[in-house]
Ligand binder design. Structure first.
Ligand SMILES: [Zn+2]
Length: 504
């Protein structure tokens, strides 16, 4: 009897202990990580997994739930619950994840098998050697250098292995797209200027990572190339030798519109476009009393010009408007209309305004492009799927509260397809507008995210354009010209074609 008790205590004491494993990357890097061992099985802690998946990961210690998104699939692990939700489908594992010192541990073998089924040959686990190999498809891009040289600046982006990439340069932005790349947005964001690079930012797309450099006007055309040992992408920026004549002619040249082949390609992916001129009827929008200008008139004129241009160039695309005359349409009615017409893109057109004194009004100017950060309603499909599957295995009493938690976590790790597509579309639009608009400059760099009511509930990629400031005495004049309406329309057309090109 005594011996049995001792054995029992012994098995509790030795049930779980820490072990060290080696984590190897395809580029040759290696590091040590602490894992747990229980009854001969290895468990990976959430913190180790976090290193691999960075921005596609959410761990809520108080909720004891871990959500990972890989290959557009949500994986949900819960403490002491052997049922794992894989894209809404519930699977039972041989062991349940457990919590220790604020970390959640998941069974290594089954975790790696699951990853392998989602993204083949990216993670391999050798239980005997206690070695985890991380393929370049899941490893995170998180380091770079930016160095000033005598005649320019060299930006080096280090990759976890050999990876395919491309790059585009639209002044002032150089975008490097790493296919299947995972990027640490936090590590690759810099606001300080180093030489010819005035800012660095990163965006995680579903199938690629985009690293953007904002490049000074003093730089010539950037040269981008791939180098080995260690794997890296190098962007060389050289100080420009002034050629004012050439710059002047480029400035006044009209932008090229897409050829019919590009337009046909776009029409294959985008069937219906909804144009939403803001305000209307009893709602004038922003008003410049001095210039006797109302936002509702200007944005309707831009919307009509846009419809005309899209119909000319994208002949197989249906173009619909939430209003095409001076009528009032409530905000909810706009998203309802767009959803009922099953639009593929939603473009809301507005003009910006700022209150304040004369000086403030005359210095604040420029266009802006917004996309919605939380483009989903509370009853979005992803949550509905969870509600009917994983939730039935919940131990906690209040199921509704749990749905909210999961919903919150999913939102927090940006799993929304529309959100990513909206952001991508906004980036394309923003770049095209900076090329097309000759008399209105960027209000500030980059695209903006905001929780606009009109974009909320729109079940498609959606953006909102603030074409210029109606409160600015110079821009209000520009806003009224047909030439400007045409330039906005051209930018949107080119933006749509470029965006369509990024769709599979
Ligand atoms: Zn408005």
């Amino acid at each position: 009897m005594k011996r049995v008790v001792l054995l029992f205590i012994g098995s509790i004491l030795f049930a779980c202990h820490a072990a060290e494993i080696s984590v190897r990357y395809d580029n040759g890097a290696e590091k040590k990580a602490l894992v747990a061992e229980r009854d001969g099985n290895v468990f990976f802690p959430a913190t180790v997994i976090f290193d691999l998946f960075s921005n596609r990961f959410a761990w809520a210690p108080d909720k004891r739930k871990l959500v990972i998104n890989i290959s557009e699939t949500d994986l949900i692990f819960t403490e002491d619950n052997p049922f794992v939700s894989v894209g809404g489908e519930v699977r039972e594992w041989s062991a349940a994840p457990f919590c220790e010192e604020g970390d959640l541990y998941v069974p290594a073998r089954e975790f790696v098998l699951l990853l392998d089924s989602l993204v083949p040959d990216t993670v391999t686990w050798d239980a005997e050697k206690k070695s985890l190999r991380i393929g370049s498809a899941v490893a995170v891009i998180d380091s770079f250098t930016c160095e000033e040289r005598k005649n320019g600046t060299v930006f080096t982006l280090f990759l976890p292995g050999k990876m395919a990439f491309d790059h585009t340069f639209f002044k002032p932005q150089l975008n490097i797209n790493v296919l299947k790349g995972k990027v640490s947005v936090e590590q690759l964001t810099r606001k300080e200027t180093v030489g010819l690079v005035t800012g660095i930012s990163a965006v995680q797309f579903a199938g690629s990572a985009q690293i953007s450099l904002i490049i000074s006007a003093r730089s010539g055309q950037p040269e981008v190339c791939y180098k080995d040992g260690p794997c890296r992408i190098e962007a060389v920026l050289r100080n420009k030798i002034e050629d004012t004549k050439q710059v002047a002619s480029a400035e006044s040249a009209a932008v090229a519109l897409p050829d019919s082949l590009a337009a046909d390609q776009a029409a294959l992916r985008i069937k219906r476009i909804i144009i939403d001129p803001g305000h209307g009827g009893e709602d004038p929008g922003a008003v410049n009393t001095q210039a006797k200008a109302e936002e509702k008139e200007i944005v309707l004129a831009i919307g009509l010009e846009l419809r005309k241009l899209l119909k000319e160039h994208l002949r197989d695309v249906t173009v619909l408007m939430t209003r095409d005359d001076d009528t009032f349409v409530p905000l909810k009615g706009r998203s309802k209309f767009a959803n009922s017409k099953k639009g593929d893109l939603f473009i809301s057109v507005h003009a910006n305004s700022i209150s304040g004194n004369k000086t403030k009004k005359s210095v604040i100017d420029g266009f802006e492009v917004y996309f919605l950060d939380l483009a989903r309603d509370d009853d979005a499909r992803a949550v509905a799927a969870l509600e009917t599957s994983a939730i039935q295995y919940e131990k906690d009493g209040d199921a509704r509260e749990n749905i909210d938690d999961i919903d919150f976590m999913i939102k927090s790790i940006e799993l929304n397809t529309y959100r990513n597509q909206s952001e991508r579309f906004a980036i394309c639009l923003e770049q095209e507008m900076s090329k097309s608009l000759k008399k209105v400059r960027r209000h500030k760099l980059g695209v903006n995210q905001a929780n606009f009511y009109v974009l909320r509930g729109v079940e498609m990629p959606a953006v909102l354009i603030e074409a210029a400031f109606i409160s600015n005495p110079e821009e209000v004049k520009v806003l009224r010209t047909r030439e400007f309406h045409r330039q906005v329309a051209e930018a949107v057309l080119n933006g749509i074609v470029r965006y369509a090109d990024t769709l599979e």
